[in-house]
Design a protein around this ligand. Structure first.
Ligand code: TXA
Ligand code: MG
Length: 373
């Protein structure tokens, strides 16, 4: 792994994955968890970076108010400085310190989905967070994660915590602490290992207009349908759907314009209405690649996986339960790299519900290489 030991700093590591899974109140585990959280919070207060689990993916946290602390995030990730960060809070009382105004729709979304995997873009209170967090925008993205360790860490740190996903820029977001270690060991202050994350894809990023209209800037597991239960109307930034033309506008969420998650080998997506045609095309692509001497990989739904022969075969779960695909996608992409896959095929899924988020991330990984059958 090119960045595995790139850094020469000592990165602290706390394994509290058992504590997280244990029945709450178990005295020894509760003690270990509390100690880890206090130590990690002290690092954050000292201006250091700490990776921690959330319900979506691992985040790389730092004190959002401190230029130097936030700069450490950008340096460790190799992140472009024009890509703003999400600020994480543990309590609603922290919100007023950060933002100027929360309109009625945004307030109702918070009531419905916080804590949870929904990030809201709100007008920033000038001077409240480092300008590096907002990349000079007049808005700030805020979320309250639904994860006990994350909430306790943020509360113990006593500051708003800026936290992008804890991967090197261009790598899949981490869904395990070991993914964080692969990318960032030696480059960050610490890693709190809380076991695997739940959702597996980053939060939905949305903005609520004063007229009650909600715009999805990055799709996630809080779907357009879920937002529509609260908002007057919901629309998705058209730049996020596949098959967009050359003339379509740039995405409004700055991070969406970067190529992300690209595996080292070549990945393409096979998409079609007729399952038989999809299976036949995936089989043909894999067979041709094998004949060329490629190390092949396939990402497929359980209904079809048994039809395929590949060096690395990864299940995305049943096509009827796409939350499994969300949960497994990034670990699967990392496995392709680990096992040296040079040619990979992924099955498309319908761009509905959480499927929109799965396809959005998969299309980025594939550099929009889609074979329609
Ligand atoms: O689930 C998540 O959201 C994870 C966990 C760690 O909380 N965090 C995460 O952060 O995915 P990051 O930095 O990898 O993605 C932040 C996204 C980017 O696409 C960024 O451009 C967008 O949020 N964003 C941040 N501030 C924004 C703003 N003011 N306006 C529009 N988009 C913004
Ligand atoms: Mg990210």
């Amino acid at each position: 792994m090119e960045n595995k030991h790139a850094g020469d700093r000592a990165t602290k590591y706390w394994d509290v994955s058992a504590a997280e899974g244990a029945a709450s109140g178990h005295p020894t585990r509760e003690h270990d968890l509390n100690e880890a959280i206090q130590e990690a919070a002290a690092l954050l207060r000292a201006g250091e970076t700490v990776a921690f689990p959330t319900e979506t993916v691992y985040g790389l946290g730092a004190d959002a108010r401190s230029d130097e602390a936030v700069e450490r995030i950008f340096a460790a990730k190799g992140r472009p400085s024009d890509n703003p960060l999400i600020v994480h809070i543990a309590e609603l009382s922290q919100l007023d310190e950060i933002v100027l105004d929360v309109n009625d729709t945004a307030r109702r979304l918070m009531e419905a989905y916080w804590p949870g995997p929904l990030t809201l873009v709100l007008p920033v209170r000038p001077g409240a967070v480092s300008p590096r967090v907002t990349a000079g925008l007049s808005t700030v993205a805020v979320r309250m994660p639904a994860h006990d360790i994350a909430l306790r860490l943020i509360a113990a740190a006593g500051c708003p915590v800026a936290a992008p996903s804890a991967n090197r820029s261009g790598r899949p977001s981490p869904t395990l602490a070991s993914h964080v270690g692969e990318d960032l060991a030696g480059l960050i202050g610490g890693i709190v290992d809380g076991g695997p994350t739940g959702v597996g894809l980053e939060s939905t990023v949305a903005e609520a207009g004063p007229d009650g209209t909600v715009t999805v800037l990055r799709p996630g597991s809080v779907t357009a349908a879920a937002l529509a239960r609260v908002a007057a109307s919901v629309h998705t930034d058209p730049a996020l759907h596949s098959g967009r033309g050359e003339s379509s506008p740039a995405p409004r969420s700055p991070g969406m314009k970067y190529t992300h998650y690209a595996p080292r080998g070549s990945l393409r997506i096979v998409r079609g209405q007729d399952p038989g045609a999809v299976v036949a095309r995936v089989q043909a692509e894999l067979a041709a690649a094998e004949a060329r001497g490629e190390v092949t990989g396939v990402l497929a739904y359980d209904e079809h996986l048994h039809h395929y022969r590949a060096s690395i075969a990864i299940s995305l779960g049943p096509v009827g339960a796409l939350e499994n695909a969300a949960h497994r996608l990034y670990a699967g992409l990392r496995r392709f790299d680990e096992e040296g896959a040079t040619f990979m095929v992924a099955e498309a899924c319908p761009e509905e519900g959480v499927g929109l988020a799965v396809m959005n991330r998969l299309l980025k990984a594939a550099g929009d290489e889609v074979i329609d059958v």
